[in-house]
Design a binder for this molecule. Structure first.
Ligand SMILES: [Zn+2]
Length: 128
């Protein structure tokens, strides 16, 4: 089981696999094969102060796109926020981050989008 763990600019951690810039650009920062802040986790840093405000629409769109890509490669991946990890005393990924809404999206819409994407790939193989 893999976990995608969300972080924001206020995080004390430094080892993240992906970084989503303020303009919504998503960059690979560390190979997924290398350990990040937490074992078995893919760390995603959203470069926004989400204690103060919700990240930008561009950042949230980029995050959903990245999670869709990860869901294709790791079908059983789960998503959570840094503060949900037992023993962590932090507000990360930010007090204003819409974590509940994102988890609901990841539990349903993400799976639907992933399945549609895989169906497109299968269909393309058998198109005459
Ligand atoms: Zn964090």
């Amino acid at each position: 089981m893999k976990f995608a763990i969300l972080h924001h600019r206020g995080c004390a951690g430094t080892r993240f696999h992906y970084r989503i810039d303020p303009d919504g650009e998503c960059r690979a920062a560390l190979p997924e094969s290398e350990p990040g802040e937490h074992p078995k986790c893919i760390g995603i840093l959203i470069d926004a102060d989400a204690d103060a405000a919700v990240p930008s629409d561009a950042q949230m769109d980029a995050l959903r796109t990245l999670l869709l890509q990860l869901k294709v490669r790791y079908p059983d991946i789960q998503m959570g926020g840094h503060r949900q990890i037992r023993g962590e005393d932090t507000t990360c990924p930010g007090k204003q981050f819409p974590l509940t809404a994102m988890r609901e999206w990841a539990g349903h819409d993400l799976v639907v989008e992933r399945d549609a994407l895989l169906q497109d790939i299968v269909d393309a193989q058998y198109r005459p």
